[in-house]
Design a protein around this ligand. Structure first.
Ligand SMILES: [Zn+2]
Length: 249
């Protein structure tokens, strides 16, 4: 039975500390005696002691481990290391694979994206947007829903942190913000934890930085003028747009 998750899923759906520790375990060969049966995996993962770990091939968060956290039903580094083995089969991780990049950080690139790159960025944004899902209840699904928001924002963070700073990508980011805003306002997304809002604020900060680096980016803020957004995130960008207009007048 094929696995229904891949490395990207594990990378973006696991909290950073657990992911990093799992990568260390995997890379230092601590996942041993791996067996597959009926699509599920078992292994002995070596740590302070050796732990017996099992992970489902459908959902890597469904599994069991004999460590303290695993016994309590919490996703532990041993289960994540086991899942890494299930998708990588012992192959090494690239530097990119190891980095989660949960924070939005502007890249140093400035060049324009070509048509293929642009299409790829748009496609990966659309794919990540699927994780920003509405919450429809029942309440026992609320935590899973919030995890999905977190995963979506982690995926988006990695994408936007890769973008060069220029007018073209400023447009992409403004459109992304407006799409997220719609999800929050009318899309039924419950962002009471501020996961999506926090990400949006980081993107706004990055756009402010874009505007400083390349004033042509400021034109991209025009669609935000006069918009009623969910929490006023657009205000700093509209201010930059207005101020430049005043200078020109
Ligand atoms: Zn464990």
């Amino acid at each position: 039975m094929p696995l229904t998750y891949d490395l990207k899923k594990i990378k973006f759906a696991t909290d950073e500390a657990t992911y990093q520790r799992a990568v260390d375990l995997y890379e230092s060969g601590k996942v041993t005696e791996v067996k597959e049966a009926f699509g599920d995996f078992t292994a002995v993962v070596l740590g302070t002691q050796s732990y017996r770990v099992s992970v489902s091939g459908r959902n890597y968060k469904l599994g069991h481990c004999t460590c303290y956290l695993g016994e309590k039903g919490t996703l532990c580094k041993h289960m994540v290391a086991m899942a890494l083995y299930a998708v990588l089969n012992g192959k090494p991780l690239t530097a990119e694979d190891k980095q989660q990049r949960n924070e939005v950080k502007r890249s140093d690139r400035r060049e324009a994206l070509n048509n293929d790159e642009l299409a790829e960025v748009k496609k990966s944004i659309t794919e990540s947007m699927k994780y920003i899902k509405p919450y429809r209840g029942p309440s026992r699904t609320w935590f899973a829903n919030q995890d999905s928001l977190r995963e979506g924002c982690a995926r988006l963070s990695a994408i936007v942190s890769d973008l060069p700073a220029n007018r073209q990508t400023a447009d992409i980011l403004v459109k992304l913000l407006l799409r997220l805003d719609r999800k929050l306002q009318v899309g039924g997304v419950d962002d009471s934890n501020g996961i999506v809002g926090g990400f949006m604020n980081e993107v706004v900060e990055m756009l402010k930085d874009f505007a400083q680096t390349d004033p042509a980016c400021i034109d991209a803020f025009e669609p935000l003028c006069g918009k009623q957004t969910c929490f006023g995130w657009e205000e700093p960008l509209v201010r930059i747009f207005d101020e430049r207009l005043n200078v020109q007048l």
